[in-house]
Structures are given as C-alpha cells and as structure tokens.
Design a protein around this ligand. Structure first.
Ligand code: E4P
Length: 217
C-alpha cells in the first residue's frame, strides 16, 4: 500500500520523505487554510520535494471552472494530481482532464456508486472518506471493501485512495482490505511505529544493560 501524506505542512512532509515513507501528498482547501500558505507556492515546494503525485484541489463548482482551475494547477509541476469533487460537474471535469493525460483525484466519495462513476470518468484516484463515514456511526472500511470488489470485478485501474484516515486501525484495515493508497496525517503515520510492548521491552533492556556497566562506544 502506498503512503500519501495528508497535509500542506512542508516540514512534516520532509521528515517522512527523508525516511522514504512518502509516495505522494494530498491537500485540500482546509489543509491549505491551516498551512497559512499561498496554494501555488506551497504546492510547488511540495512537488519539488516529493517524487509521487501531489493532489491540489479545485474550488470551482461548475465543470468549466474546475477544468480551467485544474489546468492552471497542473502548470505547477508534472506530478500534480488535480482534485475534483464527486459531483456531476466534477465527473465531467474528470473526464476532460483525464483525457488530456492529467492525473485526476476524485474526492469526497461516500458511496460505491460514486466510485463506479469516477472510474468510468477516467479517475486516476478515487478518495473515499473513511473517517467521515465512521463519524456517522457507520463503517467507512465497508465502503473501501465494496469499491475494491467492484473495481476488481471489472478491471478498473482507478486507484483506491483511502482518505479521511484518523487511526492506526484505519491504516491496518485499509492495507488488509486492499486499498492501493492510504493518505493520512503525519501524526498517524508516525504513530504506526508505536507499541506499548516495544516501550516496555526497551525499558527492561535498558535497565538490564545499565547493570552490566558496559558501553558499546
Ligand atoms: C484527503 O484527500 C482528504 O481531503 C482528507 O483525507 C480529508 O480528511 P478529514 O476528513 O480528516 O478532513
């Protein structure tokens, strides 16, 4: 499973990228707002740092506006994936932009039928929002599983990008169920390294090592 980082915070991306943990980046208007940066400036900086796709989201609500904004965002770098919302106009924009050979990430997906339409419109990525579905006391992972089955049934090449990830279980379950990509906040990716038994075991080793009075260096 590829890891995308879900943030527009350049320092956080750099830390993970230096470790080889970053296959791409996703941003959205809320994340750009949180960064306090200009969208084109920060997106360019991220694109120069990261080899993989960097999603930049359009904000027009009509297809023509999304297409124009998408073409403008695509000028930032070759690794831009244009993000459009899963609306009828978003699907029209997806069809046009993907036909031009551009990567398109169709976002705000909350149903398998929406995902089916996005694949038929040529989406490179479909972004089902797991966490926001869980917020409604439903199971967002069921949606990832349904989309996996449908795409595999018909050989769609659209990549399933599990989004709105909030927890370690989301990461593990997305990998188990066969999501192609998971996009997660830096803190979630870093916390994958944590385990209480690792901490406990390390404490015991350090305590016993101190008793030996030895040094390695
Ligand atoms: C990524 O592409 C999405 O915009 C993001 O994962 C949404 O996450 P949220 O539901 O935590 O805002």
């Amino acid at each position: 499973m590829k890891f995308f980082v879900d943030t527009a915070e350049v320092d956080a991306i750099r830390e993970l990228n230096d470790l080889g943990m970053v296959d791409g980046v996703t941003t959205n208007p809320s994340l750009i707002m949180k960064s306090g940066r200009d969208i084109k400036e920060v997106t360019k900086e991220i694109c120069e740092m990261v080899d993989g796709p960097v999603s930049a989201e359009t904000v027009a609500l009509d297809a023509d506006g999304m297409i124009a904004e998408g073409r403008e965002l695509a000028k930032i770098a070759d690794n831009i994936a244009i993000k459009v919302p899963l609306t009828w106009d978003g699907l029209k924009a997806c069809k046009v932009l993907s036909s031009e050979g551009r990567m398109v990430n169709v976002t705000l997906c909350f149903s398998a039928n929406q995902a089916l339409l996005a694949a038929k419109a040529g989406a490179t990525f479909i972004s089902p929002f797991i966490g926001r579905i869980d917020d409604l006391s439903l199971d967002g992972m069921d949606l990832i599983g349904d989309i996996r089955t449908i795409y595999d049934n018909y050989g769609f090449e659209t990549q399933i990008l599990a989004a709105s990830i909030r927890s370690l279980n989301h990461m593990k379950d997305a990998a188990l169920i066969g999501a192609d990509v998971a996009t997660a906040p830096p803190a979630v990716i870093k916390s994958m390294a944590n385990h209480v038994l690792t901490d406990k075991g390390l404490d015991a080793f350090m305590s016993d090592w101190a008793k030996t009075g030895q040094k390695i260096l």
